[in-house]
Design a protein around this ligand. Structure first.
Ligand code: NAP
Length: 340
């Protein structure tokens, strides 16, 4: 990885005000200071890549409904990052190590006690992939399919936001596990990508008219597992197709994140009873004990070519808010990564 060694300024994006609906650039501002030195037990990491995640939008609102606390005005925006150790007074880290941090944040540098850092193997995959398929997005897809969705070979698995970071990984992991996979994505170009590049068996464009009919045609035998990244009308269209003992993996509800009004009441719950469905939400951050298993299997799939990394890399630290807003609007294919 090429890194410049000249930076002595620590820059970070903080929340300047709470967004109303879709965020705008003025909701964020850059704060500058000197790069701190490591104290005993600390590591200073200079970030080279930032991974942008829709969850940051949830925390920009005051009411986050039981999730991590909302950001205060002036807080650094949260997110994973890859970087280089530039100062260390920690036994486990040496200057020059490349690490991934689960919460390095939208900043050029981070001071860590090491507990949020993991080593990166650049021989296995380049830095952006450690934020995507080999990073939090990959762990989320893996836990969602295995622990939560309990997928088996032969299951029909529907994945929404299928061209995005978690979705594109879930599509490929489910394929690698022997499932029949149907993606749902916004627009014909993304649907083609999910089909032709990610290898889904079918993909439906949710922006085209008649989503329920299209989904029913793509799932003639019904749906065993719905990996829900979006909520809203896509969930409502999948719901009637769920088979007996189906599982709905509630990973994300991005269709709701920018809504100012109250979240709707959701679909009819009667099929929960009649079809013995299980609906289960999860936070990947609570499944760190699954990391080693995930990492081993994902590395194997990357190496044998059954899974491809997909990243949407945007250059320049100053592009971070714009890249984030673009991701919320669907302007990404794969994991949105800012290369500093
Ligand atoms: P992403 O999918 O790379 O980017 C977000 C995508 O959401 C966009 O590309 C867009 O794709 C889609 N989208 C935006 N508005 C939508 C709407 N109204 N209806 C349908 N699709 C919409 O982001 P990600 O990081 O992989 O996250 C995906 C979901 O997983 C998010 O809900 C996120 O909060 C969740 N997540 C959960 C966990 C967890 O621990 N449970 C961890 C990571 C992420 P289109 O162009 O297809 O609309």
């Amino acid at each position: 990885m090429s890194v410049s060694s000249s930076s002595t300024t620590h820059r970070r994006f903080v929340l300047a005000r709470r967004p109303q609906g879709l965020p705008v650039a003025a909701d964020f501002e850059v704060v500058e200071s000197g790069v701190p030195a490591a104290r005993t037990g600390d590591v200073v990491v200079r970030h080279t890549h930032l991974g942008l995640a829709p969850a940051a939008r949830i925390r920009m609102s005051e009411d986050v409904q039981g999730y991590l606390p909302p950001f205060a005005i002036g807080d650094t925006i949260y997110g994973a990052a890859v970087g280089l150790v530039v100062d260390s007074r920690h036994d486990d880290f040496t200057v020059g190590d490349v690490v991934v941090s689960i919460n390095g944040g939208w900043q050029t540098h981070d001071v860590s006690d090491g507990s949020n850092l993991r080593p990166v193997d650049l021989d296995l995959a380049p830095a952006p992939t450690w934020l995507g398929v080999m990073g939090v997005s990959g762990l989320t897809a893996y836990v969602g399919l295995t622990d939560i969705g309990q997928v088996s070979a032969g299951d029909t698995v529907v994945v929404s936001a299928a061209a995005g970071a978690v979705g594109s990984t879930a599509v490929q992991f489910a394929r690698a596990m022997g499932c029949r996979v149907v993606g749902v994505a916004g627009g014909p170009d993304k649907a083609r990508h999910v089909l032709e590049v990610l290898g889904a068996d079918a993909c439906v464009d949710y922006k085209a008219p008649d989503l329920p009919r299209q989904l029913a045609a793509a799932c003639p035998d019904g749906v065993d597992v719905y990996f829900d990244n979006v909520g809203g009308m896509v969930r409502d269209a999948v719901w009637p197709l769920m088979r007996q003992y189906g599982r709905i993996v509630v990973c994300g509800q991005i269709a709701e994140y920018n809504r100012a009004d109250a979240v709707g009441s959701g679909p009819d719950w009667y099929p929960l009873l009649t079809r013995s469905l299980v609906v289960r939400g999860f936070l990947a951050s609570r499944y760190q004990h699954r990391y080693d298993d995930f990492r081993a299997r994902a590395a194997q799939w990357l190496q044998d070519g059954s899974v491809l990394p997909t990243e949407h890399v945007v250059p320049g630290f100053e592009s971070t808010p714009e890249a984030f807003i673009g991701m919320l609007q669907g302007r990404n294919v794969g994991k949105t990564v800012v290369a500093i």
